[in-house]
Structure formats: structure tokens, C-alpha cells
Design a protein. Sequence first.
Length: 175
Amino acid sequence: MTKAITGKAIIVMGVSGVGKTTVAQTLAERIDGRYIEADEFHPPENIAAMAEGTALTDAMRQPWLESLAVAMRQARTSQPDTPVVVACSALKRSYRDILRAKNPEAIIVYLAADPEMIRARITARTDHFMPPSLLDSQLDTLEPPAPNEACVTVDASLSPASTVAMAYDGLLRMH
């Protein structure tokens, strides 16, 4: 498949349960990109805190976001034409700014959905460290992308295939 989207960093963001991992992995496959899972960059103490139902502080997130930003940059510089697709909550503008500091061309794919639908998804899953009790704190923290952020907003209540298709079409329009 000919790549229509090259050399970009794409951050698939949203609260826990919107389908970031599924969408980012599928999107990366569709555009022949490299997938990075932000959760893999959390130090063990962050994972433990979230598993216990403790929301992370900005201070706890800072080193995680900085190491993720470096990994994104390294992936892009090692293969400049290959897009990098990252699944990351990136809930606040300041968090996205940390990622964009090393990846200024980054485009956001914001997965938005009704909180009750998200709660139902989180409650149904059994293979994730993030408990449903932290959804409210994530929703309180969430700062949707501003108009001056390069962003495609997608309805995450759609099927994964439809969500990826909408994200892809939006990215093509921006590219």
C-alpha cells in the first residue's frame, strides 16, 4: 500500500476506555506506520498507583511524557518517512505540549465519546490496570484539543473500523 501519510507523529488521545490502543494499532497498520504504546513508558510506581485507584499527579506524569516524547522522536528520525502512531491519554494541553516539544509536527486524533458509554467499556474489560473508579478523575482532567492544535476529533462510540476510517480520512485532509 502506498503511504499517503508519511513522516508524521500521530497521537491518538482520550480518556481510558475510548479505544486508543485498538484505534492506534489499526491506524498504524493502515498507514504502514510504527505503533508506540504510551503505557509501556510508565514507571512501575505509576502503574501501581493507577491499579490501586490513585490518579497520577502532573509530577508523576512528567518523566513518563518526556521519555515518550523522546521515543517518538527517535522512531521518526530512525525512519523519517514512516509515521509514528502513539496511543496516549494526553489529557491536558500541557501534556500534549511536552510530546510536541520534540515532535512539533504531531497531529492529534482525539477520541471523544459519552462518559456512560466509556464507563460501560471500562467496567466490561478485565485485562487492564486502569480501574473504572479513575474515569471521573480523567474526565475532570480532560482538556479537549483547542482550535489551534492540529487535531482530528472522532466519535469513539462508533465501531473500531468506523473510528479508524474517520481518523484516517481526517488525517488525509490535514496532510
